[in-house]
Design a binder for this molecule. Structure first.
Ligand code: CA2
Length: 137
């Protein structure tokens, strides 16, 4: 099983700012733990702050991996292009959000990703990524 986690803008700041919303662990630390806990899975990671780079990676990974775990961050709520890419690829996509987006500002309630996703996980902190990995097993 070959899975990739793709994170969008500002998620490289995890653990550095806004711990009340996103916790105090860096994604790199969490990812190392995840790789250790799922040693039978090939788990890769990509992060970008640039919309086009995220689309390129979804297109590339979408025909090379068994699944994509996608937190498009703020682009979730704005990017028709990322939503289209999710629909265009073969690999199933699980959408993840760390925070409970339903309990935040109204603009965070809409997602361009969800319609093309196999499922959506939000509100469980970083554990959401682990739940997403499990959903593929
Ligand atoms: O809850 C999530 O995972 C979000 O995708 C995070 C996005 C936000 O725009 C979405 O509405 C929900 C924001 C990611 C920003 O991450 C930061 C992490 C630490 C410090 C500052 C920002």
């Amino acid at each position: 099983m070959k899975l990739i986690i793709i994170n969008g803008p500002n998620l490289n700041l995890l653990g550095k700012r806004q711990p009340e919303l996103y916790g105090n662990q860096s994604f790199e630390d969490y990812f190392r733990q995840l790789q250790h806990n799922f040693s039978g899975v090939q788990l890769d990671y990509f992060q970008s702050n640039i919309e086009g780079e995220l689309i390129d990676k979804i297109q590339e990974a979408g025909f090379a991996y068994d699944g994509i775990i996608l937190n498009a961050a703020a682009y979730t709520h704005t990017s028709v292009g990322i939503g289209d890419a999710v629909k265009a690829v073969e690999a199933p996509v699980v959408e993840v959000h760390i925070s409970n987006i339903a309990d935040r500002e109204p603009f965070r309630h809409d997602s361009h990703i969800s319609a093309g996703a196999r499922g959506v996980i939000f509100g469980f902190g970083l554990m959401g990524y682990e739940l997403a990995v499990r959903s593929f097993l």
